[in-house]
Design a protein around this ligand. Structure first.
Ligand code: FA5
Length: 350
């Protein structure tokens, strides 16, 4: 019995030394440790032995089994390392002066849509503002009539820093700063506040074909004397027909946001399915694109503007969704994929 074990051990050691590839090694593993393997065979043969023999022989076979298992694991690691080194040796040396593989880069579809919207709003007298991605709770919620523990916060759970600041969940977080920045010119020179502020937003979101945890919005506000809902509808219609260069089907329905009164949801007929329903629009045929409304008096007050004298509208355009609709991108997650194959299709000289 012991002879059988030492013969097998010698034979295995010789076979292992001769192995040169992971594939060969796998064959050996099956030959020795597989269901019909030699070591497994020895274990099976124990059933015919006496209790005393089983004890000593069993121990010896188990020692052999462990040796074989360890030796195969070590050899696997060594072979993998050798293969890696061979691959590294075979790699061409990196040449900094070599011409780029791609002829040229391309703008991201969101950048293209953002720039287009900026041009349209600039032509209507709006200024373009930039704002921080990290904001305070006051800017993101309190100044927008969303006090602590307000249920509207649930819809916009975001990522918090240890100092209490947060990654902004919507571009509305810049509204307060914009009112404060431009109200002097409004009061002293009668210049209406007309500003758009595109930006990246973050939400703790379960992602799907039309929801991302990182996406872009473009906020717009206009404040002056006698601003009404008609002004809001006029600007929205103009912007959409300019972006799509054709008539697009939109619908306006009531929507609740604590920072506007009244508030609306502006939906666009899904350009992917033509309104029939698909995963990109959650099978409804419509995609929520641009909620909007008349700025709530409390929000104007927080921005230092008297709501008795001035009124205004605000909108929060979903830029990422607009890019999807404009370019027929079925899944929003492709936009953050970093895939050149996907993104380079949108190359435009801008
Ligand atoms: C807001 O964020 C409000 N701040 C918009 C607003 C501004 C209302 C001013 C009134 C006045 P909402 O959560 O619905 O609202 O988001 C606005 C738009 O951003 C949506 O219609 C959609 O187009 C886009 N959006 C929202 N969440 C996501 C997401 N997870 N992924 C991609 N786009 C999103």
């Amino acid at each position: 019995m012991s002879n059988q074990i030492s013969t097998l051990r010698q034979e295995f050691t010789a076979r292992l030394d001769a192995v040169t590839s992971v594939t060969e090694l796998e064959e050996i593993r099956v030959e020795y440790l597989g269901k019909k393997g030699s070591v497994t065979g020895l274990l099976k043969s124990m059933k015919d032995l006496s209790a005393e023999e089983k004890k000593t022989f069993g121990q010896e076979v188990n020692v052999l089994k462990n040796e074989v298992t360890d030796a195969i694991a070590k050899k696997t690691e060594a072979l993998r390392q050798e293969e890696l080194e061979r691959e590294i040796q075979a790699m061409p040396e990196f040449d900094v002066s070599a011409p780029p593989v791609l002829d040229r880069g391309s703008f991201h579809p969101i950048t293209l849509v953002q720039r287009e919207c900026e041009e349209i709003f600039k032509s209507m007298g709006f200024v373009v503002e930039d704002y921080s991605e990290i904001v305070t709770d006051y800017e993101c919620f309190e100044a927008l009539n969303i006090p602590k523990h307000h249920p509207a916060r649930d819809m916009q759970d975001t990522y918090y820093l240890t100092n209490g600041q947060l990654l902004k969940s919507h571009t509305s977080a810049a509204q307060n700063a914009i009112y404060k920045k431009y109200s002097k010119a409004l009061f002293e020179e009668g210049k209406p506040i007309r500003a758009i502020f595109p930006g990246r937003c973050f939400r703790n979101e379960a992602t799907d074909a039309c929801h991302e945890n990182t996406f872009f919005q473009m906020e717009g506000v206009m404040v002056d004397k006698n601003i009404s809902i008609s002004n809001l509808i006029f600007f929205m219609k103009n912007m959409l027909s300019e972006v799509f260069k054709r008539d697009v089907k939109v619908r306006l329905r009531p929507g609740f946001f604590p920072f506007v009164e009244p508030g609306f949801e502006l939906d666009i007929s899904c350009a992917i399915c033509g309104g029939d329903g698909c995963p990109s629009c959650k099978n409804s045929g419509w995609l929520e694109l641009c909620p909007c409304g008349m700025i709530h008096p409390e929000v104007l007050k927080a921005g230092g503007i008297d709501p008795e004298e001035y009124t205004g509208f605000a909108f929060g355009l979903g830029l990422t969704r607009l890019a999807m609709m404009k370019y027929g991108i079925k899944d929003i997650r492709d936009l953050n994929s970093g895939s050149l194959k996907c993104m380079s299709q949108f190359t435009e000289d801008k």
